[in-house]
Design a protein. Structure first.
Length: 408
């Protein structure tokens, strides 16, 4: 398999703090585990112990010739109590960033990736407009402390997934099942992103941090390729359009452009504008629509979680976003659950091939995930990594697909 990457196109990996760091922390996913809600019973306090083994992991990235790394920081570590910031944790993340710089790996820093400190969760989290100020206090602290080392930021990861899983389906914390709350959370997250976007730019400029004029901020937008099962069935057509709008289109327009359309509400009088410097695209699969639930096309190739493998969808979704707002595109997540590492190499090849054959301005590809990790509700049972983790021994072993990615 041969692939010709465009000049300047960069390859790297992505991770999330809760999924790899480990630690018995007072946050929403640890609480969810203790309530018995993880499918395989595994504990996020174990995960990959990356918080202790980060030097080893950065060396692995360097060995794999990775150019870029998207990673998250754990809010509950930095601010374990409201208004109380843990300097040793901030110093830890500074050291991680310095080591990445020394390895010539450019960071993309995620500020919120699904997990809330319990003190924030107990105040209602992102169901309440007034709690946005608490999030912005955290954002300001991080950028003031680390902004000299980081030029690029993801404010919020997959706001639509956070909202629907936690407040509509109830399978993630806090386990609510309310369409009204789901839309409220999406509206609050849209406003939180826009205000964080403005704040990050302002702080880096005011402090005259290195390359402040090259600051880039966006959010990681989970998008799916939606298609009617029967394109001639009017109900399939209508439900496809409604599903896409409710899940991703309305939220994308609000967060990128400040254009609030139903069902997303403009709760803070946000003016129309430009609130993302690139499109951060998290793409995994296609949804075949017959009604208002996920569907998989019959006889389609699927991964170990039953998600359809549909490489062309990465172009279809990116094109829709680019048509809405023409900006550079980062694939901030793309990968597959392949527990035995049988088809991950082909998955990577087919998606990268689609990107290289497109005229869209793709600049980055962050493979999900660098290592196997705590995969949210699936726990340790679903493996997405280029690097195998033996959870009992914490031994890291580069997989066949990891070597394939290194060769690219």
């Amino acid at each position: 398999m041969v692939i010709h990457l465009k000049k300047g196109f960069q390859l790297g990996v992505a991770t999330a703090a809760t999924q790899i760091e480990g630690g018995e922390l007072n946050h929403s996913w640890n609480d969810w585990y203790h309530k018995g809600n993880i499918t395989d019973g595994s504990n996020p306090a174990r995960a990959n112990q990356h918080y202790e083994k980060y030097q080893e992991d950065i060396q692995l990235m360097e060995d794999m010739h990775l150019q870029i790394y998207r990673f998250g920081i754990e809010w509950a570590r930095i601010e374990p109590e409201e208004g109380v910031f843990h300097q040793a944790t901030i110093d830890h993340y500074r050291d991680l960033l310095i080591r990445l710089k020394n390895a010539n790996i450019k960071p993309l820093l995620t500020l919120h990736h699904f997990t809330n400190p319990m003190w924030f969760e107990q105040k209602g989290g992102f169901t309440k407009k007034e709690n946005i100020a608490l999030f912005l206090t955290f954002v300001a602290k991080v950028v003031e402390e680390l902004g000299d080392l980081v030029e690029e930021y993801i404010t919020i990861n997959e706001p639509n997934v956070y909202a629907t899983q936690g407040y509509f389906f109830g399978s993630w914390p806090p386990g609510e099942k309310s369409a009204k709350l789901t839309m409220q959370v999406m509206s609050v997250l849209a406003t939180a992103h826009i205000q964080a976007y403005q704040l990050i730019h302002q702080i880096r400029k005011d402090k005259n941090f290195p390359n402040w004029d090259q600051t880039r901020v966006s959010f990681a937008n989970h998008v799916r390729a939606f298609t009617p099962k029967n394109p001639w069935n009017p109900w399939h057509q209508v439900s496809c359009k409604i599903s896409r709008r409710f899940f991703q289109d309305a939220l994308s327009k609000a967060m990128c452009l400040g254009e609030f359309v139903f069902p997303i509400k403009n709760i803070s009088g946000i003016k129309k504008g430009d609130y993302s410097d690139f499109h951060g695209v998290n793409y995994y699969t296609r949804t075949t629509v017959t009604g208002f639930k996920d569907g998989v096309r019959e006889n389609a190739p699927v991964n170990d979680l039953g998600w359809e493998i549909y490489p062309q969808g990465i172009i279809e979704c990116s094109q829709q976003l680019y048509d809405m707002a023409p900006k550079p595109i980062y694939i901030t997540e793309n990968g597959t659950c392949d527990d035995k590492d049988c088809f991950r190499s082909r998955y990577i090849f087919e998606h990268l091939k689609a990107l290289t054959q497109s005229e869209l301005p793709f600049e980055r590809y962050y493979h999900w995930c660098f290592t196997d990790n705590f995969e949210w509700i699936e726990g340790e049972s679903a493996r997405f990594g280029l690097v195998h983790i033996n959870y009992d021994t914490q031994q890291r072993t580069i997989k066949k697909s990891g070597n394939f990615y290194t060769d690219i």
